[in-house]
Write a protein that binds this ligand. Structure first.
Ligand code: SF4
Ligand code: SF4
Length: 89
């Protein structure tokens, strides 16, 4: 039996995986970011962008809400918030 699993990095670009989120999404607080890029590097969908401090953001169309970005942020500058909360980034 074969199983078709699309697991290539950045594959969300083809699948609009934002609909997979269950109840939480990341909010980039943009207060204490040191531009270490860890969030960008760990995101399994490759959808976090940013260069300067406090400039990082994600694309909610593709964000699965896995929480990895928030887990690795050394400055706790990404918070997982309830899906129905208003965010700007
Ligand atoms: S929660 Fe963070 S790491 Fe997970 S898909 Fe969304 S932006 Fe990427
Ligand atoms: S992991 Fe945190 S401190 Fe590092 S770039 Fe991302 S938001 Fe900024």
């Amino acid at each position: 039996m074969s199983v078709n699993i699309n697991s290539r990095p950045g594959s969300a670009r083809n699948n609009r995986t934002g609909s997979w989120r269950v109840d939480r999404r990341p909010k980039f607080l943009r207060q204490n970011c040191i531009a270490c890029r860890l969030c960008l590097l760990v995101c399994p969908e490759g959808i976090i962008t940013g260069k300067a401090k406090n400039s990082f953001e994600t694309d909610y169309v593709y964000c699965k809400g896995c929480g990895l970005c928030a887990a690795v942020c050394p400055k706790k500058d990404i918070e997982m918030i309830p899906e129905d909360t208003e965010t700007e980034g």
